[in-house]
Design a protein around this ligand. Structure first.
Ligand SMILES: [Zn+2]
Length: 205
C-alpha cells in the first residue's frame, strides 16, 4: 500500500521514525504529528538531545559501559569492589544489575554474544579486552551474566576457555531466570537473587 503524503518533509520524518525498532509507519505518523503540535523549542530540544548523544557519548575505556567521561562512574568509584567483574551483553544489563542493588563489583560490557547466525564472532565483541583486564591482575572473580540462550552458553564457554589458564574464579549467575529470558526482562528480586546465588562455572553447559 503506497500512501500519498501531502508533504515530502512529513514523509521523510515518518520514514526516519519507522526505522526505529517496534515502530511501524502508523505509529511513526502519530509521533511525527505529535511533535508538529509542540512548540519549536520543545522539538529542537528533542532533536538536539539525539544529535548531542550520538556526537558526544563516550564508552568507558575499562568496562565499555556508556559514560560521559573516559572512565565511567562505576569504574571510578573507589567504594566498588574492583576484584569482581560481572560480564554482561549490553548497557541495559548493567542498568538491570545495578537496579538490584545486590552487586558492588565492576562490569565488563561485551557488546553482544557470539552468534554465527548473525555473523557475530568473538572478535566483534569486547572479549580480548576482558582477557587483558584479567591478565593485568587484581581481578579475583569473573561472573558471567549473559542470557541463557544457546548464544549466551557458547559465549560463556568461549570466555571460560580464554580465562581458565589465568587462574581467576569463574562463576555463572544462578538460573533463576528461565531459559531464553534476557537479563533486562528479569525482575529485580529474581535477578538480584541469581547474582547472590551464583555458582562456579565448570565449563560444562
Ligand atoms: Zn567503566
Amino acid at each position: 500500500m503506497n500512501q500519498q503524503y501531502p508533504s515530502i518533509l512529513l514523509e521523510k520524518a515518518v520514514g526516519e521514525f519507522s526505522k526505529l525498532p517496534g515502530i511501524g509507519r502508523k505509529t511513526a505518523m502519530r509521533l511525527v504529528l505529535h511533535l508538529l503540535r509542540q512548540d519549536t523549542a520543545t522539538v529542537e530540544a528533542f532533536g538536539n538531545s539525539i544529535i548531542t548523544l550520538k556526537r558526544e557519548v563516550k564508552y568507558c575505556k575499562v568496562c565499555h559501559n556508556i559514560s560521559d567521561t573516559e572512565t565511567c562512574q562505576i569504574c571510578a568509584n573507589p567504594q566498588r569492589d574492583a576484584s569482581t567483574v560481572c560480564v554482561v551483553e549490553n548497557i541495559r544489563d548493567v542498568m538491570a544489575v545495578e537496579a538490584t542493588q545486590q552487586y558492588r563489583g565492576l562490569y565488563h560490557v561485551l557488546g553482544g554474544v557470539i552468534s554465527p547466525m548473525d555473523g557475530v564472532g568473538p572478535s566483534d565483541l569486547q572479549i580480548e579486552s576482558l582477557v587483558q583486564r584479567v591478565a593485568e591482575g587484581g581481578i579475583k572473580e569473573v561472573i558471567l551474566a549473559l542470557s541463557t540462550t544457546m548464544e549466551g552458553d557458547t559465549t560463556n564457554f568461549y570466555i571460560y576457555r580464554k580465562l581458565d589458564k589465568l587462574g581467576v574464579k569463574l562463576s555463572v549467575i544462578a538460573r533463576g531466570i528461565s531459559v531464553g529470558d534476557e537479563l533486562e526482562y528479569a525482575d529485580e528480586v529474581t535477578l538480584g537473587r541469581s547474582i547472590v546465588n551464583r555458582t562456579l562455572f565448570t565449563g560444562t553447559v
